[in-house]
Design a protein around this ligand. Structure first.
Ligand code: 13P
Ligand code: SF4
Length: 305
């Protein structure tokens, strides 16, 4: 049952011919009013398909909304809280990418979608946690500058013969850094039958504990096709909310309950309502940067679809 505020948001959204996109880490009340929920890749694909809507409300962090803006230059993209930034995306400024490109002129540049538009404009191609290996393997170059997440870089490096150079050396996500092998082993002892699913942004010691290193969308697919009931989820806690809503018959458990992305949680229903009424806060990317970044986004989509 939706609350009055949620119903009002639905009504306003219809009135504005809008669509609400939300990342898997949004809290339950926002998941409930979203038209589409997904991981970064699924959200990119959805954003690339939006045709008949005038207003896109993006409940995610800055780099995700920027990507939607790059893919939809003629549409109004708004984010309910303009301070919803991904700290990892800010760890790799465009100038830093240019510095590495000078140092390794023959290397290809693969950037995680968790980067700002200016950095994306310096990339040959983007990737997400769902397609990073596929993207890297699709390239002719044998040396790859890969950033900003050092753990995703490590994950890819384990599975390719190419040389993966992490840029910057220690880019990371503060949320996924919280998981330790002890958290996973503690839960595994309580639920020995459970499948352990962890995100490639987790430290390598955590990744090494399981063969299920997955994007958030990959986790949902894994739970759906698995005959198991128990799952230990090594990513942001609201991924558990998403899985429970989709599969009430399963028992997903957070590997660490305090793994909360505060940045994602800045959005609230009140702010979503405001973004629909006042059509704010508009996310824009300067045209020249958007055009360059679009090439890297499009190349990723061509490889992924
Ligand atoms: P996914 O693409 O797997 O949803 O990851 C996005 C993200 O920000 C993880 O922290
Ligand atoms: Fe960024 Fe980490 Fe939050 Fe994902 S969980 S949006 S990588 S800070």
């Amino acid at each position: 049952m939706l609350t009055d505020l949620q119903k009002e948001i639905r009504y306003l959204k219809e009135e504005k011919n809008g669509i609400i996109l939300a990342h898997n880490y949004q809290p339950q009340e926002i998941q409930e009013i979203a038209d589409f929920i997904g991981d970064s890749l699924e959200l990119c694909i959805k954003a690339s398909e939006i045709k008949d809507k005038d207003l896109v409300v993006f409940c995610g962090v800055d780099f995700m909304a920027e990507t939607a803006a790059i893919l939809n230059p003629l549409k109004k993209i708004v984010i309910p809280d303009k301070n919803a930034e991904c700290p990892m995306a800010h760890m790799l400024p465009a100038a830093e990418v240019r510095k590495y490109k000078k140092r390794y002129p023959s290397a290809a540049v693969v950037l995680y979608v968790n980067t700002l538009a200016e950095a994306k404009a310096e990339a040959d191609v983007l990737c997400t946690s769902a397609n990073a290996l596929k993207v890297v393997e699709s390239l002719e170059e044998d040396t790859i500058l890969f950033g900003p997440d050092q753990n995703l870089a490590w994950y890819v490096a384990q599975q390719t013969d190419k040389e993966i150079i992490p840029i910057p050396e220690e880019g990371h996500c503060y949320v996924h850094k919280m998981f330790t092998p002890a958290d996973i082993l503690f839960q595994k002892e309580k639920y020995p039958e459970a499948d352990v699913l962890v995100h490639p942004e987790c430290n390598k010691e955590v990744q090494e504990l399981t063969e299920n290193v997955l994007s958030t969308g990959g986790m949902l697919k894994h739970v759906k096709k698995s005959s198991k009931k128990d799952f230990i989820i090594g990513t942001e806690v609201d991924m558990v909310t998403r899985i429970k809503r989709e599969h009430p018959e399963k028992n997903p458990m957070p590997a660490f309950e305090e793994a909360i992305c505060e940045n994602m949680k800045l959005h609230t229903l009140e702010k979503v309502k405001n973004s629909l009424i006042n059509e704010e806060f508009v996310v824009t990317v300067p045209e020249e940067i958007a055009q360059k970044a679009l090439k890297a986004v499009q190349r990723m989509l061509d490889i992924s679809l």
